[in-house]
Design a protein around this ligand. Sequence first.
Ligand SMILES: [Fe+2]
Length: 314
Amino acid sequence: MGIIRIGHININAIDIEVAKKYYTKVMDMRITHEDEDGKVYLKCWDEWDKYSVILTPNDKAGMNNIAYKVAKDSDLDDLKTKLKNYGVDVREKMEGDIPFCGRALEFNLPSGHEMILYAQKEFIGKDVGVTNPEPWPDGLTGVGAHWLDHALLMCELNPEAGINKVAENTKLCEEVFDMKLAEQVMVGPNGDVQLATWLSAGNTPHDIAFVGGPEMGLHHFAFFLDDWADILKAADVLSKNDVKVDVTPQRHGITRGNTIYFFDPSGNRNETFAGLGYLVQPDMPTVTWTEDKLWKGIFYHTNQPVESFTNVYT
Ligand SMILES: [Fe+2]
């Protein structure tokens, strides 16, 4: 079965106390552990594993690594073999090397991003439990993020130099991880340059996405909300808390999701993403967006470029 979902993301926090306040009060995550070296581990109320975000004190924003959970321990053996056969240098981690996780595989995607695969993480449980649960817990003060949903990674793209790390990452995810290419943006004079891709490990429109740019980085990571009403309320919460908003509530053409983009206090872009526009099935044909409809795909209502959205990332 292999990869089942995004497990956690390790990001930098310039001021750890400010970041803690933001992720707890505004995003409604709760702190489940703090390391002696200052790292902070947080989970959303609708998640059951120990954490989905690690805040690492640093003097600049950005992502340190991204982790995906696989269904069972033996998947790690299968994936290690597949990655090695694919030519990927895999570093094996012992139980506990990744805090509160079992053994793991660490490697770099062709784009350079560090990725971790693990099968086990300490279980805490949803805040509403599993016996006659209420639909949401008491005490939410912010957007009420359900769970870490996906991330979008910026990958080096320079067609003139023959460099397309979007295409390389995508090929690896399809061939090694059996991910489904749900949507893609094709550009260039012949429409044959893969500018962006959205890949699904299950049946949601994407678990990871890649977009081409001048250099690698983190574009955003997203938290799931139920619906459009929650997106509107989230925008109110962001404004109440003077959060720097990048893009106000919108619908994506690509994935059909409802969205807001904004920045955490360190400058890492966050998204609240609502709605399952469609279910991905193994035989679903890949959706392709052409260069002339690129911005309609990204922001369906405005259909206009947003310069910061493509130029600003960590
Ligand atoms: Fe997203």
